[in-house]
Write a protein that binds this ligand. Sequence first.
Ligand code: EPZ
Length: 427
Amino acid sequence: MDRIIIEGGKRLSGRLPISGAKNAALTLLPCALLTEEPVTLRNLPRLADVDSFGHLLNQLGASTTIEGSRPEDFGRVMTLKAGRLTSTVAPYDIVRKMRASIVVLGPLLARGGEATVSLPGGCAIGNRPIDFHLKAFETLGATIEMANGYIRAIAPDGGLKGALITLPFPSVGATENSLMAAALATGETIIENAAREPEIVDLCGLLVEMGSEIEGIGSDRLVIHGKPRLYGATYKVMPDRIEAGSYACAAAITGGELELEGASAEDMHVIITALRDAGVLVEPTKTGIKVSSDGKLRPLTLSTAPHPAFPTDMQAQFMAMLTLADGASVLTETIFENRYMHVPELTRMGADIAVSGRTAIVRGVPKLSGAPVMATDLRASMSLILAGLAADGETQVNRVYHLDRGYERLEEKLGAVGAQIERVSDG
Ligand code: EPZ
């Protein structure tokens, strides 16, 4: 397994390119199953999860061709073509490694009339049920069977029928699965209490490019007029607002200044507001955003919630930054039940954090000290990298395969703006 070693205390400065969004890519890729024509995705990030998803789509019958991109380029162009589905089964060994695979259920059901997908099981941050997804499919007329750890969904003769889906919670994945299933259903589907994350808007953008008719894009009430077929398209993946927010925290925690090339301020309002409340300077530029800090950080009270509120995927990174704030911050994690696994590791670096249930009190300390730490999940890993960038001395982050799921060539990007960082392979 690889480790990342950081010698902290270096002020970051310079331009850092932001890649395509992981959480958009992982819902745009399965759209290729909805048509027999080629779908080309540009600005696809080079991430482990994107590779895994490509392998899953290959198993289902989609070809995936990476078009010429130089090794030094960030992002890739991939053309996918599911001329014919050769399988409607997403096996356990893939789904257990990447629970996002669950969003192949909707497209398989819509295109192939059935889908057999391994129950994803929980992950480090929570048990992550999919009951909202399954209820949505039943509302569209599918029957759902569960056996041997697999879900089998079967569309009625004549295919899925448009209906009113009311989500109990604005679940991102359930909204994505419902949208892709409804795209080929007969008639109109309404999704009420839909998730409004920018990645959902990106998914609607691709579906519309493919011939879908969707009203209410960006709102919590989506109306999808089902079509008998969809067509090929070429589409650019949106920039990753969570990656950009993470590197903004890197500028803040090191008292540096970064120009985040390609970042979309439009998608980051609540993250930018929180950074500004913490005393960080953020200004839009022609090609992204510029983030700078004098290193003096103000404490914050933050509660995660569905978009447009503060995103759960930024909680760990802000916590790392706030360990050095001038006062006590209060963070409340309302989305996942176990998303504080970075706390014991940050504490080992000298942070002063007390967790009680869903709330963490982060009392600012004058400095952090480098230490060997263990990554546990994707965003927790990033919080340890951020702490290592600011800490005195050397920090070793182990199990960085977690990082590789969501951050494209992290050590290269940080090294280019002044971090003393290297990846060491234990292999
Ligand atoms: C997506 O996960 C993201 N993943 C997550 O990002 C993100 O944290 C999450 O949305 C919330 O924004 C991808 O897009 C690949 P949810 P998802 O369904 O769709 C409960 C990262 O770090 N729930 O909105 O799984 C669930 O347990 C990852 O990039 C049900 O109870 O999230 C959770 O408490 C982590 N039943 C809450 O809803 C369901 O059927 C939010 O889940 C579905 C969800």
